[in-house]
Design a protein around this ligand. Structure first.
Ligand code: NAD
Length: 425
């Protein structure tokens, strides 16, 4: 988790949920999805907004807005993270919840999709305040969450620490020990080995699978990674361990480029000692943040914010392959530009599905009360990601479309079955 306060750029679509619907419509048209199924999936099944009055350290009460949207439960209980950020709002949560439904379907997980968040800037609160806010949110959502109902996890601005508080508060309120009600927990309280690095690992597995299709070998390519939090730092580390030369990294505080390659382990160590910021790192030349995404590389991994690849910078992107670690980093307006430049883009709902895949493994382990080794987790993760990648690649060539639309088609094929088989009232 980072403590960044930077706001995400805005897309031309007024609403992020509309941007999701634009992709859903494009995929639905190509695969001939029934209007009824599309209608069901365009309407999230549950939206909850709560007010959380919490005592600040100053002795004054502050009220926070909390959200949870369950988009669908057609393929299983809903699953999705909790985000702490100032730009959390009902539209964003709705879009992220829908993406979770598609992501779980693409990754073949027995889950629907959900997302939650609290509108706050984590940097401006003490640990004690964050704990009280998290506990208040858990109580307010105790009828929404459930081990077989709706299972949250970390997202931007939250980590295992918040998951442990929310689990503890949920358990106190229900009077039962239900570790599987939340994933992304610290290992000591029922988390899974390998969960921390899982999203970055999924990015690496997808990048390697795409390189193979492109006839490229990891040791002959370079990569730039935007975002150096959970997803970006693990993705950079794992790619470099596979021989990819990481030439650019950046976070909200600074960006760096070194054509000879950046020592990723040194950058991780530097950030860990520098309040998780890269500012001041000396292993590369500092460049402007706006230059990072358009700098020379073969693989570009946006792993920070939404809407960072847009119609302004898309024409200048030099990478051959984009692997979306972040949720929604590319605007719908940028898609056709990337397609016309023949840049292969592995979309978020496939590329960053490694996190929810290992969250699923955590939930399975919690239910069984039996825990796997890290090697078992990683092997099962890699297999699931490879299968998901192949399914999407197949649909891209079968329907002669981009990997993004093919990923939506792959998800919609599964969701369509769920909606039709479960039926309506
Ligand atoms: P994080 O909070 O750990 O890290 C975010 C990183 O982005 C930080 O390094 C921060 O400095 C950087 N950043 C913020 N603003 C920036 C800017 N303007 N320019 C450059 N960098 C900036 O978050 P995370 O968990 O790594 O999540 C990153 C993205 O990945 C989000 O879109 C999230 O929804 C998505 N994601 C995360 C997971 C997960 O398991 N953590 C899973 C799937 C998707």
């Amino acid at each position: 988790m980072s403590t960044q306060t930077v706001k995400a750029p805005q897309a031309h679509h007024e609403s992020m949920f509309e941007a999701v619907l634009a992709r859903l419509d494009a995929a639905a048209k190509i695969m001939n999805l029934s209007d009824e199924v599309a209608l069901v999936l365009k309407n999230p099944s549950k939206q909850v907004k709560v007010s959380l009055p919490v005592m600040m350290d100053s002795g004054k009460i502050q009220v926070f807005e909390g959200y949870r949207t369950v988009h669908s439960t057609h393929l299983g209980p809903s699953k999705g993270g909790i985000r702490y950020a100032m730009d959390v709002n009902s539209d964003e949560v709705m879009a992220l919840a829908a993406w979770m439904s598609f992501k779980c379907a693409v990754a073949n997980l027995p889950y629907g999709g959900a997302k939650g968040g609290i509108k706050l800037d984590p940097r401006s609160h003490s640990v004690g305040e964050l704990e009280r806010i998290s506990r208040a949110y858990a109580v307010a959502m105790k009828d929404v969450f459930g081990v077989n109902k709706d299972i949250p996890a970390p997202d931007m601005g939250t980590s295992g620490r918040e998951m442990a508080w929310i689990l503890d508060e949920f358990n106190k309120n229900t009077g039962e020990d239900s570790p599987g009600v939340i994933t992304g927990k610290p290992v000591a309280v029922g988390g899974s080995l390998g969960r921390d690095a899982a999203t970055g690992r999924g990015v690496m597995v997808n990048a390697l699978a795409a390189l193979k299709k492109m006839g490229l070998v990891p040791t002959a390519v370079t990569a730039v990674v935007q975002g150096f939090g959970n997803v970006g730092s693990h993705a950079a580390r794992l790619l470099s361990e596979k021989g990819v030369k990481i030439v650019g990294i950046g976070d909200h505080s600074a960006s760096f480029y070194n054509e000879k390659g950046i020592d990723v382990a040194a950058a991780i160590e530097y950030a860990s000692k520098n309040d998780r910021n890269l500012r001041g790192f000396t292993g590369a030349t500092e460049i402007k943040n706006s230059e990072l995404l358009i700098s020379k590389c073969d693989i570009l991994v946006p792993a920070a914010l939404q809407n960072v690849i847009n119609e302004e910078n898309a024409p200048h992107i030099q990478a051959k392959l984009i692997v979306e670690g972040a949720n929604g980093p590319t605007t719908p307006e940028a898609d056709p530009i990337l397609n016309s430049k023949k840049i292969i883009c592995i979309p978020d709902i496939l590329a960053n599905a490694g996190g929810v895949t290992v969250s699923y493994f955590e939930w399975v382990q919690n239910k069984a009360g039996y825990y796997w080794t890290e090697q078992e987790v990683n092997e099962r993760h890699d297999l699931k990601m490879d299968i998901a990648f192949e399914a999407v690649w197949h649909n891209a060539s079968f329907y002669k479309t981009s990997m993004r639309i093919a990923a939506y088609i792959t998800a919609l094929q599964k969701l369509e079955q769920g909606v039709k088989l479960k039926g309506a009232y």
